[in-house]
Design a protein around this ligand. Sequence first.
Ligand SMILES: [Zn+2]
Length: 211
Amino acid sequence: MKRRNLYLLIVILVLFLVMVRFVSEIGREEPGRLTVIRVIDGDTMVLNGDEQVRLLGIDTPEKGEPFADSATVFLAHLVVNREVTLKHDFRKRDNYGRLLAYVYVDDTLLVNAALVAEGLARVYLFPDDIINRPLIDGLIAAQRRALAANRGVWSVPVRAEERYIANRRTMRFHRPDCRSVGKTAARNQVVFDTREAALYEGYSPCRNCQP
Ligand SMILES: [Zn+2]
């Protein structure tokens, strides 16, 4: 009798484990294969199924600006007709409905960082998207190297200021006379002596005053 109870207990335990496994499989989202069919610009691509992906943590030059075309060509070369995997942060989509992601080719090459390393993209952070802090630190490190080597966008001469005012909440920095500075609360302001110092900390140039 005692042995029979033991068998019964084992059977129940096995059934329980199978059930737990089954339930956990249901909750798992099967991502499926994602292939890039074309790029729109240096930081936006289109997947099979017409889903658009905006690369997270970076910004490439706008159309017509220096290195905009180079960034587009470089991205296309890396991803078109390739299978990719996406890694999201706090926000999965932006206001345009595009997926926001870190994009890997062959599960190893982080496209976002490759663009920054070539000087074809600037680090462009949003305060909400900080879950993948190691990836962000990697982007900032790549930008420091590109900056030190005067690569890509960092080779374009820019009129220097005596100092720059950054906003620690928006992660942008400005020329002292930019209108945005007046709207920044004093407690959020960070002063830098040089543009490089702000860039080294991961701040991005304001799109209006273009420091
Ligand atoms: Zn500005």
